[in-house]
Design a protein around this ligand. Sequence first.
Ligand code: GTP
Ligand code: MG
Ligand code: ZN
Length: 346
Amino acid sequence: MSKRKLTRQQAWRIEKIQKERLDRAARHKETVETLLDAGSLGNEQSGRIVARFGKQVEVVPVDALGQPQGDAVRCHLRANLTNLVTGDHVVFQVADDAGIVTAQETRHNVLERPDSRGVTKAMAANIDQLVIVTALEPAPQPELLDRYLVATEVAGIPPLIVINKVDLMRDSDVNQNFLAAIKNLYQLIGYPVVETSTKESGGLDALIAHLKDKSSVFIGQSGVGKSSLVQALLPEEDIRVGHLHKQTRLGRHTTSTARLYRYAGGGSIIDSPGIRDFGLDQISRTDVEFGFIDIREHAGNCRFRDCRHRQEPGCAVLDAVQKGLVSKRRLESFQRILETLSGGNA
Ligand SMILES: Nc1nc2c(ncn2[C@@H]2O[C@H](COP(=O)(O)OP(=O)(O)OP(=O)(O)O)[C@@H](O)[C@H]2O)c(=O)[nH]1
Ligand SMILES: [Mg+2]
Ligand SMILES: [Zn+2]
């Protein structure tokens, strides 16, 4: 931003906003302390964070197996618990109409992603499966899919690739070919791929087969139909879905917060806000090499240990591309991701 002088009105507004923030923080601290002092808090219970709103969270009680049970409660957070995200397991206590989270249990894993300013933030915790949703519209971005896959390999969370809106391919050869190409490629690499449609009966069957007793997070570009899928899986919920922009055919960022739902078939589902890009800023070259499992398989056989797989003699990866064992598009995607790493260490 330029260093222009603030007008009196702007300065006044900034001061007002800061005061409001301080007031809110003070009120929050007071509420938490009152609740803790009250002595009227109920027993400690195990719960799971359903959603996060600033300094408050919604918590759902869980049974001995960690399965959500009953209604969610709005809770305040003890001052030391500022990092909680959707999916965290916690201990909480309820007073009359408010609750307080008093402890956080150890996380098994955490999914991080950069926010709009590029700062890495935890998005969801304790996940068994990342459901990466793509669709025939908005136009799929294979490189974005590759970035997600690197993130899942690095986080150690198994992915499931979903191609949604397959009803749109019925009358389009282009879509049909595209779908077949994506499906073949990723299945050959070893990833499970399913096709879905929320507009056709039986359109979710292939997906349902993968959800039971797991904690799944739905991620993907805005507008691919994550919320539509979750709504179709959980008809008793009331979930907001948005239309694509008329001209650009892009999503409108309808979902604003990651939210966990109980899955009636056993397990839970987290719907998350769509993203345009999935930066891998905090990731190293080694992580990217690890994250492309098809390239990793051959990279160990390159003549040079620090081979970049560009034009080096004895490069086993280039050789594998020649032989059709590794997709040329995946190698290009790999090189492009390395070029965008911060520090330019490609
Ligand atoms: N043709 C077709 N349209 C679908 C299907 N699933 C969802 N849509 C449409 O896609 C649009 C976007 O759906 P959403 O569920 O809001 O997408 P989202 O991925 O949750 O988007 P964000 O919350 O913005 O990230 C809506 O107009 C849906 O009706 C499908 O299987 N077929
Ligand atoms: Mg949504
Ligand atoms: Zn090489």
